[in-house]
Design a protein around this ligand. Structure first.
Ligand SMILES: Nc1nc2c(ncn2[C@@H]2O[C@H](COP(=O)(O)OP(=O)(O)O)[C@@H](O)[C@H]2O)c(=O)[nH]1
Ligand SMILES: [Mg+2]
Length: 386
């Protein structure tokens, strides 16, 4: 088999049949297969694709159940593919399948590891109706090139249309983090290896034929974090990076509320838990509580967006998060006390510096503990993105 074309789809009932037909026409001259990877679309994309390809062995349809995400869909399609060249093309008719044979030749006969279908290079364009998208893509590309310099290997790093050689796939796939969810899967290939041969073929980006885009603010943010995580290497979990970013905003919220509370002259209160903690500033308590709520919302819509709570479910999620956060506050205090009572870091250190160091260590331990508690309790849910 020379070429496998992976077509990830989610709610593409308006387009999938036409995409299959066009691919068959474009690749008619060589042995090929089309693998539609559909995430159990509510609009029945998988059913239409199956029916349409029923008497054509070159058309395969994978219906993934209980799984969502563009990157993992593409990887699952590649894992099932048999071709020497593995192509990825969107199922919304925005990519121009007529340049696919040239892209495939570049990999199979020209020896390229990756050939990218570009809207930016020679003979490529964004079409006339997509000015805003053009502008956003240019800005996004400039940003991700800074985060991940290896993306300079192509003029259009945000492209979702590309072909990789089987050799590169077999080398790169085992080293890819499954934790990277929505990211442009092309990046994971471009980021691999010291000397890749990357070529490109321009094409005219078309407006979406039917249906709607699945791109969202959460996915864009996710991709930026993922570019950073790819640069840092596998040791860093992108999920944890996002969790820490949210945590940093929580510190800001907490300080802001504390500041306002102090200006308003809020009193101190006694909780009667431990003498060391009395009296407590009411404004500090309010600040912590405010940051627990904003952290919950930010984590729900950003860090864990693919399994987010919705509607009334938000209340249940917030209650779990609240309990985990209070546990975290106690972990932080306990670590702090333990270190401080034992004279860490040194008996002679400046008291303020020692307190700051010990508080920092307490915060770090609590952050990691809370992260694992939140992953395994608060957001340990069946992914519900529909
Ligand atoms: N299997 C699968 N396909 C997806 C998912 N999200 C998007 N897609 C498909 O990926 C392609 C590109 O998505 P699209 O929404 O058009 O993104 P855009 O082109 O950047 O606006 C389309 O064929 C979508 O149907 C997903 O979660 N799972
Ligand atoms: Mg699209």
């Amino acid at each position: 088999m020379r070429v496998s074309v992976i077509v990830p789809t989610y709610n593409e009932a308006d387009n999938v049949v036409e995409v299959i037909d066009r691919l068959r026409r474009a690749l008619g001259g060589q042995s090929h297969e089309v693998i539609v990877v559909d995430d159990d679309s509510p609009d029945g994309t998988w059913r239409l694709a199956r029916r349409h390809g029923a008497d054509d062995p070159a058309v395969r349809v994978i219906r993934r159940i209980g799984e969502r995400g563009l990157a993992s869909a593409v990887l699952d399609g590649m894992a099932a593919a048999e071709g020497d060249a593995l192509a990825v093309m969107d199922g919304d008719l925005q990519h121009d399948e007529t340049v696919l044979p040239e892209m495939v030749r570049s990999v199979l006969d020209g020896g390229a590891d990756i050939c990218v279908g570009t809207r930016t290079g020679e003979s490529g364009s964004f079409g006339d109706r997509a000015r805003l998208r053009h502008w956003l893509t240019a800005a996004g590309a400039a940003l991700v090139r800074r985060l991940l310099p290896r993306l300079r290997r192509t003029s259009d790093p945000l492209s979702g249309f590309f072909v990789v050689s089987r050799g590169l796939y077999e080398r790169a796939a085992p080293r890819m983090s499954r934790g990277l969810r929505e990211y442009k899967i092309l990046w994971a290939f471009l980021a691999r290896g010291r000397d890749l041969t990357v070529t490109e073929v321009g094409y005219d980006f078309r407006p979406r034929a039917g249906g709607e885009t699945k791109l969202s603010g959460a996915i864009l943010l996710d991709d930026l974090v993922n570019a950073l995580a790819l640069r840092l290497g596998r040791a860093v979990s992108p999920l944890f990076v996002k969790y820490c970013l949210v945590g940093a905003t929580g510190v800001a919220v907490s300080l802001a509320v504390y500041g306002v509370g102090e200006l308003a002259g809020l009193p101190t209160v006694s909780l009667g838990i431990t003498p060391d903690l009395n009296p407590i500033y009411l404004s500090a308590l309010l600040g912590i509580q405010a940051s627990i709520v904003t952290n919950f919302l930010a984590n729900n819509f950003f860090t864990f967006y693919d399994r987010r709570y919705r509607g009334w479910g938000l209340l249940g999620g917030l209650m779990l998060f609240q309990v985990v956060s209070v546990v975290g506050v106690f972990v932080q205090l306990a670590v702090f006390q333990l270190l401080h009572r034992n004279g860490f870091p040194t008996e002679s250190a400046n008291a303020d510096v020692a307190a700051a160091v010990n508080n920092g260590i307490g915060l770090a331990v609590a952050t990691v503990t809370n992260f694992f508690l939140n992953v395994s309790i608060t957001w340990n849910r069946v992914r519900r993105t529909r």
